[in-house]
Design a protein around this ligand. Structure first.
Ligand code: G6P
Length: 611
């Protein structure tokens, strides 16, 4: 979603801010802007519609210079993507602000401020914040005080960074409902919505808490006040992921690089969490074992691709651990009356740990008598991680491609660890447990074998590039994999794709099948294979063209209209993880053929920090 960068430095900050925006661009990218306080005391701004490169061109033509500045990359919520709606927003020539989130009472505030003579030049909710801050500054003549007083009037979610030319050596930041971190430098201080934006200047971060207002002053001074106005010291943490992830390392796209990283990141997610035959339950924290002993039910909540991981986990948790499990998208869950039976564990899944609906669902759940909360997440220090009782970190490393790939498969691995841990506490069959643990160890190698099929999958993709629709089929735990395959194709190639449980085909979607509708199916060699084969016959009988990713032992043969790509045999339990790979590669190659923006598909954002 939108990205914020700010810097109070000993050097000119334009380069730092621009690099930060480039690193954040994967989150949201319809316009960008920057405001820098010049040494002569002027507030100068450049904005441009389109990608950060457009802003960069403007800055090359007329650079900004100074030691204090803020910048933003936008993903439109209020007002179309355009230069005049791009951030920073100003009130007059003195104050500039960048904002992530949504101000829900912006209409009321706008009426009030217009009544007081403030003139609006954009359709954004953020401009309300700019004028509100200016009004409060007029009253207090102190930027930190003005920010504290202004945010008290805001309803909704925000991360803000503000500069004022009357106090030209500082940035004031504030957060509530949207992430904001302080980067700690040597006599310099930085602000960003994601640590990734600042890894070129520091690896030390202070994670702000809900309601915090922070002042970055010269010499690297960082002063934090909480909602009550009390002075607070927030701990400084070292970022663990390193900076290598921000480069494509020779791959054409981040997405391809991230697909190819899956053997390593899956191995990293397993590391230190398995004994010879078991999962180490303590991987979920020292309190996990007693808590898991009380679990009778599970509610899994997530959005997007993470939701699909939750759907797979439901099959696993019920089959292997015998725990009744419900899975729901966060945006639905948080707005309904939820019945929470005794002993229910609340599980959230999130790559970013900052998805607004998932975070709100966790806060909603805390009031509803769950036995505890567990977050499976990829970003250490994220809001979801900080606010959950138990956490299990996936070790995918930063994921830059908007379409999630390695985050999904590492979530599945983490969910299998959860299944086995709960199964262990609840007396799961030991032979199953040992077999699955051994198969988990072999998984990175098998994934490597599937990646070696990339050339075949690329050739298959040529048959899709001209299509307008596609149908994905799967049964059992592979129905969510079909959903995920369809989502990937939609996201990056803009081909309309739908997924169905194969058994539902004859209840409607079969009407769509003809030679123009490719039907993609995953066919592991499990107990549902024969039923799936019958469903595939139903497609073939209607002239549909089939593309089947099948187990090498599944005895599925190629024939006219039926293309079969064979995958190495894998334990049933882990097949959903392995069968995800060919679908990722297929979408990737189709998108490349179509010439779309693979890493930053239109209209989407990596981290959806607004509702
Ligand atoms: C966005 C991303 C998806 C992601 C979803 C949930 O829509 O584009 O790739 O699955 O948010 O994000 P999370 O960080 O909570 O997993």
């Amino acid at each position: 979603m939108c990205g914020i960068v700010g810097a109070v430095a000993k050097r000119n900050v334009q380069g730092i801010l621009l690099e930060g925006l480039k690193r954040l661009e994967y989150r949201g990218y319809d316009s960008a802007g920057m405001a820098i306080l010049s040494d002569e005391g002027r507030l100068n701004r450049q904005r441009a519609a389109g990608k950060v490169a457009m802003l960069e061109e403007r800055l090359e033509a007329s650079p900004l210079a100074g030691h204090v500045g803020i910048a933003h990359t936008r993903w439109a919520t209020h007002g179309r993507p355009s230069e005049h709606n791009a951030h920073p927003h100003q009130s007059g020539e003195s104050l500039a602000v960048v904002h992530n989130g949504i101000i829900e009472n912006h209409e009321t505030l706008r009426d009030e401020l217009e009544g007081q003579g403030y003139v609006f030049t954009s359709e954004t909710d953020t401009e309300v914040v700019a004028h509100l801050l200016a009004r409060e500054f007029t009253l207090s003549q102190d930027l930190p005080t003005a920010v504290r007083n202004a945010v008290a009037l805001l309803e909704g979610a925000y991360a803000l960074a503000v500069v004022h030319k009357a106090q030209p050596d500082m940035i004031v930041g504030a957060r509530k409902g949207s992430p904001l971190v302080v980067g700690v430098g040597v006599e310099e201080a930085f602000l960003a919505s994601d640590p990734l934006a600042l890894l070129q200047v520091t690896d030390r971060f202070m994670y702000l808490q809900e309601g915090d207002v922070v002042c970055l002053a010269p010499g690297g001074d960082i002063v934090v006040h909480d909602t009550a106005g009390e002075h607070q010291k927030r701990p400084v943490q070292t970022f663990e992921h390193g900076d290598g992830a921000a480069s494509k390392e020779g791959y054409r796209h981040f997405m391809l690089k991230e697909i190819y990283e899956q053997p390593q990141v899956i191995a990293a997610t397993l590391e230190g969490r398995l004994s010879d035959r078991h999962v180490l339950v303590n991987s979920f924290g020292t309190e996990a074992e007693p808590l898991f002993g009380q679990v009778r039910q599970i509610h899994v909540i997530a959005c997007g691709t993470s939701y699909h991981a939750g759907m797979v986990a439901r099959y696993w948790l019920e089959k292997y651990a015998g725990v009744p499990t419900q899975v729901e998208v966060a945006s639905e869950y948080r707005y309904r009356e939820v019945v929470v039976p005794d002993g229910t564990l609340f599980v959230t899944l999130s790559q970013s740990g900052e998805t607004a609906d998932t975070l709100a669902a966790l806060r909603f759940a805390k009031e509803r008598g769950y036995v505890g909360s567990l977050a499976i997440c990829n970003v250490p220090g994220s809001s979801l991680v900080r606010e959950s009782d138990l956490t299990l970190m996936t070790q995918a490393g930063p994921e830059i491609g908007v379409a999630s790939t390695k985050a999904f498969t590492t979530q599945l691995v983490a969910l299998m660890l959860l299944t086995l841990s709960l199964g262990r506490v609840r007396g799961m069959d030991e032979a199953d447990e040992t077999r699955i643990v051994q198969s988990l160890r072999a998984l990175p190698r098998l994934i490597g074998q599937v990646l070696a099929l990339d050339g075949d999958i690329e050739r298959l993709s040529t048959e899709f590039a001209e299509k307008h629709h596609a149908l994905f089929l799967g049964r059992g735990a592979h129905f969510p994999i079909a959903l995920e395959g369809a989502l990937k194709l939609k996201e990056i190639s803009y081909i309309h794709a739908e997924a169905y449980p194969a058994g539902e085909l004859k209840h409607g979607p079969l009407a769509l099948v003809d030679s123009e509708m490719p039907v993609i199916s995953v066919a592991p060699n499990d107990e549902l294979l024969d039923k799936l084969k019958s469903n595939l016959q139903e497609v073939r009988a209607r002239g549909g063209e089939l593309f089947v990713f099948a187990d090498e032992q599944a005895n599925l043969k190629e024939s006219e209209g039926v293309r079969v790509l064979r995958l190495p045999h894998v334990d049933d339990a882990l097949a959903p993880i392995l069968y995800t790979l060919p679908l990722q590669l297929l979408s990737y190659h189709v998108a490349v053929l179509k010439g779309t923006d693979v890493d930053q598909p239109r209209n989407l954002a990596k981290s959806v920090t607004v509702e």
